[in-house]
Ligand binder design. Structure first.
Ligand code: ZN
Length: 256
């Protein structure tokens, strides 16, 4: 089975469309690690598209806030503004869907799906401080997580040595504006444990503006990391028209 793993779409319909197009024919099932909405201009269309294509969806912190489960008090000003805008914009049907999403971890065919970390759906796994305890506690070989919007992840080798996968995935020499649908391939080693972040579809923060996703093939035991360009200007224009905060519009250009 080949799984297309999507995370942190953040109401960016153009980026979601580009990922689905780039992944076409390469996957059997779609899994989504949460944050369908928040920040971007198309919460309804993105929720609808995700509901159409994804087999399993778990909730992210922005889904909770935009659906009214949490009050967005711990969000910064920009995130809070976009949360209130999204709440007004969301249809009752899609808001109800988001409110009903399960919290991670969800176990799916032997792989674990979480938004933040296995211990806490809102925790950011940014380095060994959070990754090592999560890897040691893992009951499965592969955990997929999102939330940080950084493509890559972390691993423990069969000998228990901690490694960042990010360095292997982030290759600055790869053209950042040209069409580049070549995947970076990570073959999984027997006895090693992995925390895999597919990156953010709709608001990358790892310095590469292109939409990110990953495909996991459980037969070949490989993770393929992808980046794909999308119509950035269309998304930004919609955000301007919606009156969403300028810094949120601009950050998409730089992928931060
Ligand atoms: Zn997010």
């Amino acid at each position: 089975m080949r799984y297309l793993i999507l995370s942190d779409i953040h109401s960016n319909l153009e980026a979601l469309g580009a990922c689905l197009e780039a992944a076409e024919g390469k996957y059997d099932r779609v899994l989504c690690l949460g944050d369908l909405v928040g920040y971007g201009p198309d919460p309804n269309a993105v929720t609808e598209r995700t509901r159409q294509v994804a087999e399993t969806v778990i909730r992210g912190n922005h889904d909770k806030a935009c659906a009214g489960i949490t009050d967005a008090e711990d969000f910064n000003t920009l995130a809070r503004v976009s949360t209130f805008w999204t709440r007004d914009e969301l249809s009752v049907e899609h808001s109800t869907f988001l409110r009903g999403l399960p919290a991670g971890p969800v176990l799916m065919d032997g792989i674990q799906l979480v938004h933040g970390s296995p211990a806490d759906e809102d925790e950011y796994i940014v380095g060994p401080g959070q990754a090592v305890p999560a890897l040691r506690a893992a009951t499965v070989q592969v955990v997929f997580f999102g939330h940080t919007h950084h493509q890559g992840g972390f691993m423990l080798t069969p000998k228990g040595v901690f490694q960042s996968i990010r360095d292997a995935v982030i290759q600055p020499e790869r053209g950042k504006s040209e069409e580049d649908n070549q995947a970076v391939v990570l073959p999984l080693e027997d006895g090693a444990r992995y925390l895999i972040n597919p990156g953010s579809v709709g608001q990358p923060r790892d310095g590469d503006w292109r939409a990110a996703f990953a495909i996991f093939d459980d037969a070949t035991r490989e993770v393929h990391y992808y980046r794909t360009p999308y119509n950035l200007f269309a998304t930004q224009e919609k955000m301007e028209r919606a009156g969403l905060p300028e810094p949120l519009v601009l950050r998409l250009t730089v992928g931060r």
